[in-house]
Design a protein around this ligand. Structure first.
Ligand SMILES: Nc1nc2c(c(=O)[nH]1)N[C@H]1C(S)=C(S)[C@@H](COP(=O)(O)O)O[C@H]1N2
Ligand SMILES: [Mo]
Length: 330
């Protein structure tokens, strides 16, 4: 390194340090793809949003055969698996929606897929955690790290997924192995898992260190996919459509308003593909005169919780803000 380069390095490191709190918040910036106006129930791998802090780890791109999974810590039996060994284990299939805690109101960082993998509980049973252990801490090959309560890890639907929509995971989505655990935001759905450590004390996760939620429980979300903001409508009625999601609590109902949230019409719900999948909703809306209208959508979960529009900022625990689109009826 020349002296000039070294000096530049020092200056940039210092600037980076000063800016790091701002930058790290801004960095929760998922790559999203336009899914069209009729969102398909199953999101294709190529349309499924991608979010990670530094991209797929080089070690997995270059030599995936060196990968292995290690389960250790407060367990009676430490376990190590290679990829072929994991592939031989019994698997289950499960539809589940994953959404990013940083997804803004109406945003596209959400998708639904068929996940197939090894139930985490089956590995935990084999490893036999010690009585006082209560945390499962995960580490990715990119050094991303986060933990969930052992109770949640032992849930029958916590999956170490090997496949997504019937094919081995794409590198972007966590090949060779990722966690899928219903009810929690994407922040906890570790990709490229290399290590699971059973322990007693909580570790601060990568994003938690940067101020984001520790529990990361999914908030109620609903989105209008048709019409879109700014649309001109040349009829006096339309079929509004969209999706709604409430994590592992299930969507109870979806309502749409076209009169500035004075009255709400109940939308029709398509049966979800699983208890952990989003639902697609639709509702006919009519307009008695030309003009500008605002459509709003809100959903409730099976426990009666309704979206709270005062929580519009995704930081630090995810948003439950009401999605609104403005249209002109000619
Ligand atoms: N190893 C690793 N896993 C990770 C992340 C990461 O940066 N590294 N990001 C998390 C976040 S914030 C989200 S929203 C989901 C996104 O999963 P996807 O890219 O498959 O949509 O992955 C999670 N798992
Ligand atoms: Mo995320």
């Amino acid at each position: 390194m020349t002296r000039l380069k070294f000096l530049r390095f020092l200056i940039y490191s210092f600037l980076g340090f000063l800016l790091s709190p701002v930058k790290s918040l801004a960095q929760m910036a998922p790559r999203v793809f336009d899914a069209g106006r009729v969102t398909s129930q199953i999101t294709s791998v190529s349309k499924f949003y991608v979010e990670d802090y530094s991209g797929p780890p080089a070690s997995l791109k270059e030599n995936p055969e060196t990968w292995s999974l290690r389960l250790h810590g407060m367990v009676k039996r430490e376990l190590v698996f290679t990829y072929p060994q994991l592939l031989k284990r019994p698997t289950i299939k499960m539809f589940a929606t994953i959404n990013c805690i940083g997804n803004p109101v109406g945003g596209g960082a959400i998708g639904n897929a068929l996940w197939e993998g090894v139930p985490l509980a089956s590995l935990l049973d084999e490893a036999d955690p010690e009585f006082f252990a209560d945390v499962a801490a995960f580490k990715g090959a990119d050094d991303y790290h986060d933990s969930i309560p052992l109770r949640q890890a032992r849930h029958s639907s916590a999956l170490l997924a090997l496949k997504m929509n019937g094919r081995p995971l794409a590198l972007d989505h966590g090949f060779p192995l990722r966690l899928v655990v219903p009810g929690l935001y994407g922040i906890k759905q570790m990709k490229w898992i290399r290590e699971i450590e059973i322990g007693r004390d909580d570790r601060e996760g990568y994003w938690q260190k940067r101020g984001w939620s520790k529990k990361a429980r999914v908030k109620i979300f609903s989105r209008i996919d048709h019409p879109r903001d700014g649309d001109w409508i040349f009829q006096r009625s339309l079929l509004a459509q969209g999706v709604a999601f409430a994590g592992d609590r299930g969507v109870q109902y979806v309502q749409v308003s076209s009169d500035g949230e004075k009255t709400w019409a109940l939308a029709k719900l398509e049966p979800p593909l699983s208890d952990y999948s989003w639902v697609r909703w639709s509702v006919p809306i009519s307009f008695n005169k030309p003009g500008r209208y605002q459509l709003s959508v809100r959903a409730a979960d099976q426990y009666g919780g309704v979206q709270r529009d005062d929580l519009r900022d995704p930081f630090p625990s995810g948003t439950s803000g009401v999605h609104r689109v403005n249209i002109s009826v000619a």
